[in-house]
Write a protein that binds this ligand. Sequence first.
Ligand code: HSE
Length: 435
Amino acid sequence: MRLVKVGICGLGTVGSGTINLLQRNSELINPRSNCEIIVSQVGARRDNPNCDTSSLNVSRDIFDVAKNPDIDIVVELIGGTTVARDLVMTALKNGKHVVTANKALIAEHGMEIFAYAESRNLIVAYEAAVAGGIPIIKGLREGLSGNQVNWMAGIINGTTNFILSEMDSKGREFSDVLVEAQEKGYAEADPTFDVEGIDAAHKLVILASIAFAMPLDSKQIFTDGITKLQPQDVSYARELGYAVKHLGIARQTEQGVEIRVHPTLVPKNCLIAGVDDVLNAVMVNADAVGTTLFYGPGAGAEPTASSVVADIIDVARTMDSNPDSWVPALGVKTDALDPRQILDIQDIETSFYMRFSALDKPGVLSTITKIMADAGISIEAIVQKEQPATEEYVDVIILTNVTYEKSLDAAVENIEKLETVRGNVSFIRVEHLDQ
Ligand code: HSE
């Protein structure tokens, strides 16, 4: 069997999980790759008690690994975008194939990395960058390659899903659940990446680039996290038959491509509404297959290592074949990507959940429904929640039909100007995901 030498850079949660998995399952992995895969060197500034490296060649300088003439595949598991970019480019310049779990790196520097790798006939594989252990990149790039993808909607950040699930089912505090997610190794080094939706935006831009054969461009993505979400909206949504999920949504329309990340109401009977805890799920709707759901663990040492090891096996078994027959990083070569117009959030059509506090007196609701009608918005349901008799104001909940975000914004502005309405209007986008 051909010997394939792997260098692992980074010994954190995923790095240690990858070494453990490669060692534990080597008897399965070698025949599957038709190679003998060995960890030839590890680059890490410090050890990890979860991984025994005593029999391995460990360097404290990760660039030793990228330049080591013996190594065939460099596995980048250090995270971040600065040193990681230098490391990956150094590895490629030294003729190594690269496997990475780094979504920020791919979303922000993927075009440069892929174009250079193509010019040198090298592979850059990044299955672990999106949705941890779920093989969604392979699913899109290979399993669905005969389809035209219409839309995707995914829970692609385990930390936010864990926080929302715990807040909803156990009434726990946001900050308390976040600490637990950090302790369990789900959260990013900077957890604002999770809770502000940045991590999900990085992943969504990667999925959209593959599904719609467009260049990676993470700058134009509408991104909203879960930090402004009010607990009463989660419970009102539940009463109305919806779950609140933090979704990444990408859709092809005649006007352009929608790519957006935000909290979303989804009907309870939709499969994705039942995806709780740290689990991820990506719905893909495509012309031939219809709607599919890819579901599984989206973070954690072994699930993410599962994808890293799959990429190592894939690269090892592809390495000695003709580069022209390799599946390119984004499904097509970088020069065949089609820059597409990404729609502004104002030009996106969806339904909305709205909540505001209004004076409980005759005529108030009719003024509000007139504002909605003037903005061209059709109301699907309106509910006035009963309050104690001592309370002058009542919560009003409106569910709208599909409308443009700019129409909703105009209506919200006019409702907030009313003297009979106190404070701001909260609104959350609603997706039915049924076509
Ligand atoms: N912080 C990420 C998450 C880890 O919570 O999903 C996996 O990318």
